[in-house]
Design a protein around this ligand. Structure first.
Ligand SMILES: NC(=O)c1ccc[n+]([C@@H]2O[C@H](COP(=O)([O-])OP(=O)(O)OC[C@H]3O[C@@H](n4cnc5c(N)ncnc54)[C@H](OP(=O)(O)O)[C@@H]3O)[C@@H](O)[C@H]2O)c1
Length: 295
């Protein structure tokens, strides 16, 4: 049986990303420091945050409060959309907020170079290809690896074909749960040596997945929680998972993933769930980024 909580995946940089991380989107001030501390004390060694979550400073406090040495922790943060023309300032701002010298992975949060003045406007003279060219210049002393998030196949093809692209993204962080499984995109990432991280792997806030009859059958059969089943599905499919919680008992429960696996029948059942929903669409962005090329 795999010890999932100790397992890492090798990135194309040689870095080793722990397969289970704590998500922090929508973790409110006053909650996220304790959540990060509780997760690290429970054994998590990977924390996912972003400049856009406005909580990097508190995440940093939680890391320090845990007493776990910095070098044992994998920190991922992300360049916010209105910062695409200010990559150097973006990473330096995140490092300052977090109170660390480097992050392990720095992601372009969305393939949208939104103007800082108007969130519904995209730059006329800039796009994610130029942002990536700037990200490639970030010193390794500040970001050990760089990657992307919310990239579909069309945008990845454009990025990889660009003459300015010399670095293949180390990771693509995308929405992944049984109602948004994206098998084509996951296979594409793998074919290019890009590690996949699944976000909203529990279906996010008020997730309908916890009440899905197919999932509840597996809960009944395994004696595991719906969250544990969802996380294990992602891990056994081959991606890293970053469940968010600010509830200590859930933070602990979501990490109880060692010593058991889902059988093939359960995985097939989860693979074949028919409902579809997406937590993070693109209607709030000035450009379309999802083209239905992931299934
Ligand atoms: N790259 C991107 O664009 C992007 C987009 C979305 C998310 N993300 C990242 O991925 C992380 C995870 O995604 P997410 O925050 O959307 O959602 P998620 O992890 O799928 O679900 C979080 C929700 O599930 C609840 N929960 C946690 N454990 C549970 C359990 N054992 N049983 C029942 N409910 C449970 C949490 O409640 P409590 O907190 O109240 O316990 C919260 O409401 C984010 O936090 C963020 O770091 C990235």
């Amino acid at each position: 049986m795999t010890e999932w909580t100790k397992k890492t995946a090798a990135l194309n940089t040689g870095g080793q990303i722990p397969l289970i991380g704590l998500g922090t989107w929508q973790s409110r001030p006053g909650e996220v420091e304790k959540a990060v501390e509780a997760a690290l004390r429970a054994g998590y060694r990977h924390i996912d945050t972003a400049l856009a979550y406005s909580n990097e400073a508190e995440v940093g406090k939680g890391i320090r409060a845990s007493g776990v040495p910095r070098e044992e922790i994998w920190i991922t943060t992300k360049l916010d959309n209105p910062w695409h023309k200010r990559v150097k300032e973006g990473i330096e701002t995140s490092l300052r907020n977090l109170g660390v010298d480097y992050v392990d992975l720095y992601l372009m949060h969305w393939p949208s170079s939104t103007t800082p003045e108007d969130p519904k406007k995209h730059y006329d003279d800039w796009d994610f290809v130029k942002t990536w060219a700037e990200m490639q210049r970030i010193p390794k002393t500040q970001a050990r690896a760089i990657g992307v998030s919310n990239f579909g196949i069309r945008n990845l093809e454009k990025l990889l074909a660009a003459p300015t692209t010399t670095v293949v993204p180390a990771a693509n962080q995308i929405e992944l749960h049984p109602n948004n499984p994206s098998p084509k995109l996951v296979a594409y990432n793998e074919s290019k040596g890009i590690h996949t991280t699944g976000y909203s792997c529990l279906g996010s806030t008020n997730s309908p997945l916890h009440k899905d009859p197919a999932l509840l059958e597996i809960v009944e059969k395994t004696g595991k929680t719906s969250a544990q089943v969802l996380l294990k599905w992602g891990l056994q499919k081959g991606w890293s998972v970053i469940p968010k919680s600010v509830t200590e008992s859930r933070i602990q429960g979501n990490f109880e993933l060692d010593g058991w696996d889902l059988d093939e029948e359960s995985i097939a059942k989860l693979d074949n769930m028919k409902d579809r929903f997406k937590v993070c669409g693109d209607s709030w962005l000035p450009v379309k980024v999802f083209f239905g090329d992931d299934e």
